[in-house]
Design a protein around this ligand. Structure first.
Ligand SMILES: [Zn+2]
Length: 262
């Protein structure tokens, strides 16, 4: 079995989700760690949470592969008495690297948005218009559904605690637009390309209002539920991509949405 390094894990993720596909404002890539360090175990998760760092340490992993970048905005200090500094300090003390694939993983074929479309059971899934790379997707339901039935369906397939439905009237859904995470900015674009509904997370009041006025239903299934399915897909990808290396891949199965409905 060949020896694996932090750089080799980074390269493997980048073969799936090339960095050049990331949005300009994004910060994917190797955020903490030494590229030449040996990796025997990998931990895959959505967010680099304290709990995930603890799990990664307990499992004796050498790198965390995450969707959301741990370091996003420029930082001016690494104070171990503040949440981000504490995480960075723990990672460095434990020789634990962090690699993130964010919007590049949203955009790429087979990434966050395609997995979301697959979970929802959409067929004929495409990018918006003739865009070569796009954030969201458009697809078709094999059987048209009412807005309420569709909302229930999305809740079930994404294993979400709850979903919020913005009903824009009494018309069925055949074509669906979607964007995992916070994708409300693409609602009107989806409507323009013929969608009767849009699935995303983090929808605000006035975005819901605009959707109603534009006659497109919105299902807000939450940022977490629309993106978490990528964790297993990414772990499976790495298991296959690194199968000739002496490396074991673990995935986060315990994280939950920060939001609870009371
Ligand atoms: Zn996200």
């Amino acid at each position: 079995m060949k020896k694996c390094t932090v750089q080799m894990v980074a390269d493997a993720v980048s073969r799936l989700a090339p960095r050049r596909l990331a949005e300009e404002w994004d910060n994917p890539g190797l955020l903490v760690g030494e590229p030449s360090n040996e990796v025997k175990k990998i931990f895959v998760c959505l967010d680099v949470l304290e709990e995930n760092i603890s799990q990664a340490i307990e499992l004796d992993t050498q790198i965390i592969v995450a969707h959301h970048p741990l370091i996003f905005h420029a930082i001016k200090n690494v104070r171990a008495d503040l949440p981000l500094g504490k995480k960075i300090s723990r990672l460095i003390k434990n020789n634990l690297a962090v690699f993130a694939a964010h919007t590049n993983l949203d955009i790429v074929a087979g990434g966050v948005n395609d997995i979301l479309a697959e979970k929802i059971g959409l067929v004929d899934v495409k990018n918006f218009g003739d865009e070569e790379f796009s954030m969201g997707r458009l697809g078709t339901l094999e059987t048209p559904m009412t807005a309420e039935d569709f909302a229930r369906h999305v809740k079930k397939v994404l294993n979400a605690d709850n979903v919020r439905l913005v009903s824009a009237g009494d018309f069925p859904i055949k074509k669906v637009g979607l964007c995992g995470g916070a994708g409300a900015e693409f609602i009107q674009k989806a409507k323009f390309f013929g969608a009767q509904a849009f699935v995303t997370g983090d929808v605000k009041y006035h975005e819901a209002q605009a959707a109603v006025e534009n006659k497109i239903h919105v299902v807000d299934a939450g940022h977490f539920a629309t993106e978490f399915p990528i964790v297993h897909v990414l772990a499976e990808y790495l298991r296959d991509e690194l199968k000739n290396f002496d490396v074991e891949i673990f995935e986060d199965t315990t994280s939950k949405d920060f939001f609870a409905t009371i």
